[in-house]
Design a protein around this ligand. Structure first.
Ligand code: LHQ
Length: 263
């Protein structure tokens, strides 16, 4: 499929989605949401894709919902945002989380509203030093959506989650890294190269095991220790039957780097 508001390409096992409405800080219109969802479906169906890189063109990552779309003839139209979440945003979050390969969100600039929470749905989130995160929802009378109320307290604890959501202040990438909201900040001049290299490194890892790691860590959010021990037993039972497990151990005893093929 060809896309108008995102760029999508697969190279060396990495599928890249770049939001591409830079003049609107990559805010989501209906078409762009549909395109992002379709690209994620392409990734899920493609053979040989072993990691995903989600980033933005220009000075923003994504400013959330395109608010201009909500205004008709100068008036804010009576919206059904519940339907918009059900049909558009929630399937995207579910698709990102259920992909059995790592998703890197490379936050190249401001990430606001649903744009911030789509970033946080990534498995590894990195940001350029000048980037920022804004739970902008309360500024316009909304609540954090796209998984924000689930992610924030788990990532930074209740007190910080509450203040971020209720005040809607900009959080710098550096503070986000210090708080554990994201994995790492890179300097602006190295950012693109570092993000690509991270996605490529993940694509060369034992993909099947990485998918099982993702499943286990995500499940832990709602599991007891007993349930998690059972899940680890079941998933390790799968991991040890993979070709990459045999290769990993073989390479270790032969004192050479492993050559994982993802199977
Ligand atoms: C924008 C936007 C934008 C349109 C910047 N829309 N044009 C909502 C409803 C439906 C269902 C589900 O859930 C949601 C979820 C949401 O995402 S609600 C939250 C929506 N997002 C926001 O409230 C953020 C609005 N944007 C901002 O607060 C600022 O633009 C930030 C803090 C992101 C960046 O500030 P600046 O760096 O000062 O940039 P700017 O404000 O000058 O924006 C640059 C351009 O981008 C500007 O256009 P213009 O033609 O004047 O140059 C903005 O109008 C446009 N833009 N965000 N969401």
């Amino acid at each position: 499929m060809s896309y108008k508001f995102i760029q999508f390409f697969i190279e060396h096992g990495v599928a890249t989605v770049r939001f591409n409405r830079p003049e609107k800080l990559n805010s989501f219109n209906v078409e762009m949401l549909a395109e992002f969802r379709s690209a994620l479906a392409e990734v899920a169906a493609a053979a040989g894709v072993r990691s995903v890189l989600v980033t933005g063109a220009g000075r923003g990552f994504c400013a959330g919902q395109d608010l201009a779309e909500r205004v008709v003839n100068g008036q804010v139209a009576a919206p059904n945002l519940a339907e918009s979440l059900d049909k558009r945003y929630n399937p995207i979050i579910r698709a990102m989380v259920s992909l059995p390969i790592p998703v890197v969100c490379a936050v190249n600039g401001v990430a606001a509203g649903a744009g911030a929470n789509i970033a946080l749905a990534g498995d590894i989130v990195v940001a350029t030093r000048s980037a920022s995160f804004v739970q902008a929802f309360c500024r316009i009378g909304l609540i954090p959506d796209a998984g924000g109320t689930w992610q924030l307290p788990r990532l930074v604890g209740r007190s910080r989650a509450m203040a971020l959501a209720m005040l809607g202040d900009k959080l710098s990438a550096e503070q986000a890294e210090r708080w554990g909201l994201i994995w790492r900040v890179y300097d602006d001049e190295n950012f693109t190269a570092e993000a690509i290299s991270l996605a490529q490194r993940l694509a060369a890892q034992p993909t099947l095991a990485l998918g099982l790691i993702k499943q286990a860590i995500n499940a832990s959010a709602t599991h007891t220790l007993d349930q998690q021990l059972d899940l680890e037993r079941d998933l390790q039972g799968k991991a040890c039957r993979s070709r990459d497990y045999r290769e990993g151990v073989q390479a270790f005893v032969e004192k050479r780097p492993p050559r994982f093929n993802g199977e």
